[in-house]
Design a protein around this ligand. Structure first.
Ligand code: C5P
Length: 293
């Protein structure tokens, strides 16, 4: 299950349930978690997590019931009345933890997709997304499988058409620390309201994707959480400036951070930008997956 970047993320207001009303274009990227699920006959749930190229030690302290993969099993069980079923879950993590690329949500989405195949193949995509929404705000969009428009708390999603042009590549800079999404949204409430939205950004992004126009896409990039995260972690702004200085067509904070991405026209340009990025952070060159895996 791939991770994602938000090409736009407009924060439209605070909701009564404490969450925020969003409008966002979400696109999967070719950095995937591998999730496998096997049924057990004794009703127990086990979770084995291994990391490939990332430090996931922060997750080790998280109680099992708080792991999104296990929350997904619980949500599926109570929605389908199959809460007595047991599963062995194995997750190979490759998406940086707390990097704003939805690694934990990808684990949950992967588990839900597996559980549907194993236990409820007749379930519609819409029903599966309804189960996914309370597990995490990014999970329904990931289940869409391709580029999606995400609205509401993240629970209203629909696929977006994309043009046939080659998708741009991304250069992702990972500063190596985790950002708490909850803390960022809380800081937004106390921060500058002008940072939160830019009217027309999402429409411009949709049009650029349909036209396959990288320059227009770069101009439409917007993240309403960026101002707050730059204030909390100035390195995120420095990394964007470094990406732009190295030739990226546009650069943006990914989700609530800490990762930052730059847009490149093709893989060759992306590799050149990556090689120019100095410093001690991890740099990845990734294909975007406008139509999913
Ligand atoms: O839904 P999820 O658990 O991924 O959200 C993490 C945190 O991000 C929430 O606890 C909430 O503080 C914040 N959030 C929000 N509005 C959203 C999505 C997330 O305030 N639409």
């Amino acid at each position: 299950m791939p991770g994602k970047v938000n090409l736009t993320l407009e924060i439209l207001g605070r909701r009564e349930d404490g969450y925020h009303e969003l409008r966002s274009v979400v696109m999967p990227v070719a950095l995937c978690e591998t999730v496998s699920v096997q049924t057990r006959t004794d009703g127990k749930i086990t979770l084995e997590t291994v990391g490939e190229g990332i430090d996931f030690s922060g997750l080790a302290d998280l109680p099992m019931e708080k792991q999104l993969a296990v929350k997904a099993v619980r949500a599926f069980g109570s929605a389908t009345g199959k809460s007595d079923l047991g599963f062995d879950i194995r997750v190979v993590k490759r998406i940086p933890i707390g990097g704003g690329m939805a690694g934990g949500s990808a684990d949950a989405a992967g588990v839900l997709a597996c559980l549907r195949t194993l236990c409820a193949p007749e379930m519609s995509d819409e029903e599966l997304r309804a189960i996914a929404a309370p597990v995490g705000s990014d999970v329904p969009a990931l289940l869409c499988g391709g580029t999606a428009l995400m609205e509401g708390r993240g629970d209203r999603v629909r696929p977006l058409p994309v043009g046939s042009a080659e998708a741009p590549h991304l250069v992702v800079a990972c500063p190596g620390f985790s950002v708490s999404t909850k803390d960022v949204y809380a800081a937004c409430d106390a921060g500058n309201p002008a940072w939160l939205r830019r009217d027309g950004a999402t429409e411009a992004c949709r049009a650029a994707l349909e036209a396959g126009d990288v320059k227009a896409l770069a101009a439409s990039l917007f993240n309403g959480l960026q101002g707050v995260v730059d204030t909390l972690h100035p390195v995120t702004m420095e990394l964007r400036e470094a990406l732009l200085g190295a030739g990226a067509a546009g650069a943006l904070l990914s989700g609530s951070g800490s990762s930052v991405f730059g847009l490149a026209e093709n893989e060759e340009q992306a590799r050149m930008i990556a090689s120019r990025l100095m410093g001690d952070c991890r740099v990845l060159v990734l294909r975007m997956l406008p139509r999913g895996v």
